[in-house]
Design a protein around this ligand. Structure first.
Ligand SMILES: [Mn+2]
Length: 569
């Protein structure tokens, strides 16, 4: 799919004045300004995240009441249950909170619901089971804000509930009648940072519970866990999250957590840890547990003191992740085949009997990437279809679903992604209605995806040294993307190499004969039929990376897109 290139413009005077003030190169100053760190003070804060960026936990509404109820429970030796969501955010948050309790000398129970049999949030049967075992207090992590019925049941049955969560629906103003609902997004909570992950909210509760004991050194062992959940949950990496992830990554490099060590080993994280390592190596392995079945093993991994056990769990997560990758590749392939049966669709709706529900969202994303149209991928079982929807720029996928609300048994989500459930007999009707809805909405809209380019870089400045300079902007991720650069005046010096039938490797040179290596992941597909053979003059949009090989660090351009010299798009 071709993209429109949109190059950011910079105010030269502002850039050079900030660069002088901070003693950084203009490129770094320009990127800082783009990322909202416009004055020297906020830029310095951005460049040097520290423990003092962690806010007072008592600024969260409900924290006071929660801490006093928990202290009461500890004094009375009540049995406490931590109830975490099954995703990476929830499982890391559960381990983090249990660790805080353990430091206070308290062992807690925990429950991670099964994604497929129990579903998201609190449920009465499992609460009942906890009550039967003698639990008196339940603390949620990353869920519960909308579990009205189970919380009312708990209240009537002698179970107190404290909610820690970061989910809130747009329309719902009311909160369940729990002891407290700690949620930075809740109405009336004046917390300065609304973007905490579920594990971030759990971290705040831990910080409050530890009180005086929450010195920097101790906090670090919590921050390394919080960093993983925060990156995995795709949180905005500015504000308090920037401190959590930066400090957490620093700690991960010297972690004493045996489980994390074992996981980093199987995930081949040998270099300095970055947010990319968490996002692409650590999180998928932790997520594989939640996607394929129960997530309890993740909590066990993060808590074990036994190296053999840590290795065993890490290896099983690793093999589950492989299984997930195979499944994902298989379902994606089937989805691509299925699309061919329905040509010229404005909204792709495909599905199959027994397609694994853990990977249909990823398959939908791939369809959207390839065809640039909204997509739903369905998993059908016993006449019921569960689906995952993904939208595109300028198209609100939840609004589209809402236009067919009478067809669904259940649906929910937001502009970019949504989930749904319907009788499989109604899939044809759904496809028809979504297509006519999309046809009207998409008519006349500019659908070409946009590639945002942060700065133009000359081939002379493009170097490992430049890479070193922009490293101060890490960790990159949501809200602080890895900068994309544009360099013109390059020539392809030999036919690109095809790797594993999918990727392309380019050798490039500028007019002075300075050489660059470049790789285009999935380039075979992404060239969309364009060819860039030997000697063609091109300009490249890319992110810069270092490639370590035989002990030598070399610059590597990771290509986002290429166009021929003189071509405009
Ligand atoms: Mn979450």
């Amino acid at each position: 799919m071709e993209k429109r290139w949109s190059v950011k413009k910079h105010d030269f005077d502002r850039v050079s004045s900030l660069a002088n003030e901070l003693g950084v190169v203009p490129l770094v100053a320009a990127l800082l300004i783009d990322r909202g760190a416009e004055d020297p003070e906020s830029a310095r804060k951005f460049l040097h995240p520290s423990h003092s960026d962690l806010h007072d936990p008592y600024l969260l509404r409900g924290m006071d009441r929660s801490v006093s109820r928990i202290k009461e429970a500890i004094e009375r030796r009540e049995r406490i249950l931590i109830w975490g969501d099954y995703d990476v955010d929830g499982t890391t948050g559960t381990a983090l909170l249990r660790k805080a309790f353990r430091e206070l000398g308290v062992e807690t129970d925990f429950h991670i619901p099964d994604r497929f049999t129990e579903g998201y949030g609190l449920n009465i049967p499992a609460l009942n089971e906890a009550a039967r075992r003698g639990c008196r207090l339940v603390i949620t992590v990353d869920c519960g804000t909308r579990s009205f019925e189970p919380i009312a049941w708990a209240r009537a049955n002698g179970l107190d509930v404290i909610i820690t969560d970061h989910h809130l629906s747009d329309d719902e103003q009311s909160l369940p009648e729990a002891i407290a609902v700690i949620n930075p997004k809740s109405v009336g909570c004046g917390y300065p940072d609304k973007e905490l992950a579920g594990v971030g909210v759990a971290l705040k509760l831990a910080q409050a519970l530890l009180g005086e004991r929450s010195d920097s050194e101790r906090m670090n062992s919590f921050l390394e866990i919080a960093a993983i959940g925060t990156v995995a949950d795709m949180m905005d990496l500015n504000g308090e999250n920037r401190a959590i992830v930066t400090l957490g990554l620093r700690q991960l490099n010297r972690t004493r957590n045996i489980g994390l060590r074992a996981l980093m080993e199987v995930a081949d994280c040998t270099a300095e840890m970055s947010s990319v390592h968490i996002g692409f190596r650590i999180a998928p392995r932790i997520n594989a547990a939640g996607r394929m079945d129960i997530g309890s093993s993740v909590v066990e991994l993060l808590e074990t003191k036994n190296i053999a056990e840590a290795r065993r769990i890490a290896a099983s997560l690793d093999s589950r992740n492989r299984e997930r990758q195979r499944m994902q590749a298989y379902i994606t392939e089937r989805a691509f085949e299925e699309v061919l049966n329905y040509p010229n669709q404005e909204f792709m709706v495909v599905g199959g009997e027994g397609w694994h529900r853990g990977v249909i969202g990823l398959a939908a994303s791939r369809l959207v990437e390839k065809f640039n149209r909204p997509a739903i991928v369905l998993s059908i079982e016993n006449g019921v279809a569960h689906g995952s929807a993904r939208g595109i720029r300028n198209f609100h996928v939840l609004d589209a679903l809402a236009s067919c609300s009478d067809i669904f048994d259940q649906f929910g989500g937001h502009a970019a992604a949504a989930g749904l459930k319907l009788k499989s007999s109604r899939i044809g009707e759904l496809r028809e209605r979504l297509n006519s809805f999309a046809a009207t909405k998409l008519r006349g809209l500019d659908l070409l995806p946009v590639l945002d380019i942060d700065a133009v870089v000359t081939s002379e400045t493009l170097s490992l040294e430049m890479l070193k300079q922009i490293a101060c902007l890490e960790p990159f991720g949501i809200g602080n993307p890895k900068p994309v650069f544009l360099t013109s005046g390059l020539k392809v010096t030999r036919e690109p190499l095809i790797m594993k039938e999918r990727h392309l490797k380019f050798s490039l040179a500028d007019r002075h004969g300075k050489y660059f290596e470049a790789v285009w992941w999935n380039g075979v597909e992404r060239t969309s039929g364009r060819t860039f053979g030997h000697n063609s003059g091109i300009e490249v949009a890319y992110t810069a990376d270092a490639n370590e090989w035989q002990g030598k660090r070399r610059l590597q351009l990771v290509i986002e897109d290429i166009r021929s010299a003189g071509e405009t798009r």
